[in-house]
Design a protein around this ligand. Structure first.
Ligand code: AMP
Length: 117
């Protein structure tokens, strides 16, 4: 069972922000911004590439609720999902990083982005 499934079933503790029947939002253990929350479907889906439009529809509303609850719905935030190896995904259970609480830098490229692949 994956680490986020263990969080969903209570085997691993988490700092919950918001919860519904189908989704869970909890604080990231190693925050990269003043607000850094992970938003996941409770049912295991490996990654964004595998998620259904139906799940995403519910996740949209849930994500908006999380932002409101955190008080960053007006100030803004970044929503990121790392998909697969090149995307830097480390936990193979679909999750969206919600980052905010301050002005964020835009600096994702490990290597020169203009370098040809
Ligand atoms: P990613 O690299 O996109 O797969 O992101 C995985 C994220 O999960 C990282 O930001 C980790 O800090 C976070 N993480 C790993 N284990 C836990 C945990 N037990 N509770 C909260 N966040 C975690």
């Amino acid at each position: 069972m994956c680490i986020f499934c263990k969080i969903v079933n209570g085997e691993i503790p988490n700092n919950t922000v918001h919860e519904s029947d189908h989704f869970l939002a909890f604080h990231d253990l190693y925050p990269k911004a003043p607000v850094h929350v992970l938003i996941i479907p409770k049912n295991h889906v490996d990654c964004f590439q595998d998620v259904s439009p139906e799940t995403m529809a519910g996740l949209t509303e849930f994500t908006q609720e999380v932002a409101t609850k955190l008080g960053i719905d007006k100030t803004g935030y970044r929503l990121v999902t790392n998909n697969g190896k090149d995307g830097g995904q480390e936990v193979d259970h679909l999750h969206f990083h919600m980052l905010g609480g301050g002005k964020l830098v835009w600096d994702h490229h490990h290597e020169d982005p203009h370098k040809s692949l």
